[in-house]
Design a protein around this ligand. Structure first.
Ligand code: ADP
Ligand code: MG
Length: 269
């Protein structure tokens, strides 16, 4: 367990509050940290989607989260992405505790620190690629010219630098997913979260998207990919296997495994 001090909850401006605690040089702050996180949906009857999940992702890691349908992967993605709050436990993004933040501050965290890639791409069909990607910077308050410049840069990075004016309707599935990845990267996020990014692609195209993800990782990006395909997960440096809302395997777990799943210690701090 790291001894990182949580964020100061003071300050009113989003930007000030989003400054990570100054690291006193005592080690790296994880990009993402979950501690004993649970999520239960509804009440009649309650559906436990996550039952006590803990792990940290360090800067530069490429992690696969694998599990069968219903194991809690999408729920986990929503919590990691601050789209939902946990029922209990703690989620921190770049050492900022999600529980301490208002909805407005969470929106700022999402806009500036997290890039999302979804199976369904979610592109605006009638807008150009440049606009689709540049719009990823709207909420971060980036002026239009800089949005365009950075969008062009991100599209070039995913191999679409010569298609800036094209519309998504003119693209193949693999190209659309490249646009979605460019949109996720354009805000220079601390972490990219991808939910089944190859789920709608044929296997050759899926391989090409995986190669792109590898490349981005080699360039230093921190990426978490959710997949139900063990074959895809197998090529990742770290795999977290989820079953029935619990982690059953984490190949990246360091040797501080004093705890196993059923450790019922008091976890509030
Ligand atoms: P996966 O992505 O691995 O298929 P999910 O996170 O979507 O798993 O779902 C985990 C469990 O939580 C499932 O039993 C699912 O039915 C339930 N669940 C997910 N989202 C909701 C929701 N919004 N309301 C009620 N139950 C949900
Ligand atoms: Mg899912």
């Amino acid at each position: 367990m790291s001894g990182q001090t949580p964020v100061r909850a003071s300050g009113k401006g989003g930007a000030a509050l989003l400054e990570p605690p100054s690291s006193g040089g005592e080690g790296i702050v994880p990009v993402l940290e979950l501690a004993e996180v649970t999520k239960t949906y509804g009440s009649e009857p309650p559906v436990p989607a996550l039952r006590g999940v803990s792990f940290a992702v360090q800067p530069g890691e490429l992690v696969a989260i694998v599990g069968p349908s219903g194991s809690g992967k999408s729920t986990l993605l929503h919590l990691m992405g601050t789209l939902e709050r946990p029922s209990s436990g703690r989620v921190s993004i770049t050492a900022l505790d999600v529980a301490e933040m208002s909805d407005r501050q969470l929106a700022a965290v999402r806009a500036t620190r997290i890039g999302f890639v979804f199976q369904m791409f979610f592109l605006a069909e009638h807008a150009s690629l440049l606009e689709n990607v540049g719009d990823g910077l709207l909420y971060a308050g980036v002026p239009v010219l800089e949005r365009r410049e950075r969008a062009a840069e991100a599209l070039t990075r995913v191999g679409l630098g010569d298609r800036l004016a094209a519309r998504p309707t003119q693209l193949s599935g693999g190209e659309r997913q490249r646009v979605a990845i460019a949109r996720a990267l354009v805000g220079r996020p601390a972490i990219v979260l991808a939910d089944e990014p190859t789920g709608n692609l044929d296997s050759a195209t899926g391989q090409a998207i995986m190669a792109l993800i590898d490349e981005l990782h080699e360039e230093g990006a921190t990426i978490v990919v959710i997949t139900h395909e063990h074959e895809i997960a197998a090529r990742f440096p770290r795999q977290i296997i989820l079953l029935d809302g619990r982690i059953v395997t984490d190949t990246g777990r360091l040797d501080d495994t004093e705890t196993t799943a059923a450790d019922g210690r008091e976890s509030s701090r």
